[in-house]
Design a binder for this molecule. Sequence first.
Ligand SMILES: *[C@@H]1O[C@H](CO)[C@@H](O)[C@H](O)[C@H]1NC(C)=O
Ligand SMILES: *[C@@H]1O[C@H](CO)[C@@H](O)[C@H](O)[C@H]1NC(C)=O
Length: 247
Amino acid sequence: MSLSTLQEQTGEVARRLLENRGAVALTTVAAFALWTIKDFLSWRSFGTGGTPPTVQGYIKIRKFGLRRLLARDDLRDPSPLSNEGPKYLEITIPPRKGGHPNLTHWTLPQRQYPEAISPRAHERLFGLMQKLAVEHPDILDYGLSKTEGGTGHAIYAKPELPTTNPIAKKIRCEIAHVHPSENSLHVHISPRDAKEIIAAGWGVRFSVQGLAPPSWIMVYAPRNESEVDIIESIVKAAVGWNTGVKI
Ligand SMILES: *[C@@H]1O[C@H](CO)[C@@H](O)[C@H](O)[C@H]1NC(C)=O
Ligand SMILES: *[C@@H]1O[C@H](CO)[C@@H](O)[C@H](O)[C@H]1NC(C)=O
């Protein structure tokens, strides 16, 4: 083979490789775009909580996700929470059977994949906020969740109470709400109690650190009545932390 033929052939191979690279790049971009559109639609259909269900809203939660990825923050790790301060839980939280449930991959809304729940447990869970508000009208308000853009009902500490925890005001005094799509909750509880709950595999820290107090946590969905008992103890402990009144 002459040198010029070799040069010609090498040139041809290089040209083809470059062409292919263009095709590969185009395919990659198209696949990414398709994946993003599918992911946006599935995010919207799951219910977006307090984030507007728009492209802008989606870009915002994706940015939060990127920030968390870079921070390498494992939300199931309870160690960033303080061991100091009061404890309101009156039970020892038993380890959650089956461990942590599968969580959705979006930072907001912070959700798990739904698991089966008995009808009676479902009824008790969705009546819990109202029941506590009716039993303690002197310290609690009841209404749609402000942190979730009105998705589900919440209980609030009365802001004018002299015993109300000043930290509660950082999250508009919202104490707890249940998510109608998959039965998990968000709860603002004392850091020590939050630490115990997460260590028992019953919850995770909030997905966007800095947006809420550090002990605003997600608590996993109960599956039967004995697990609703655990949830009830957790929400009562949260009432203590926010209102300064043990119930
Ligand atoms: C979580 O996801 C894995 C993989 O898809 C699946 O095998 C497992 O059963 C799921 N766990 C629960 C509790 O749904
Ligand atoms: C409640 O559900 C958990 C998880 O499935 C299970 O381990 C536990 O035995 C159940 N308790 C009752 C009283 O059914």
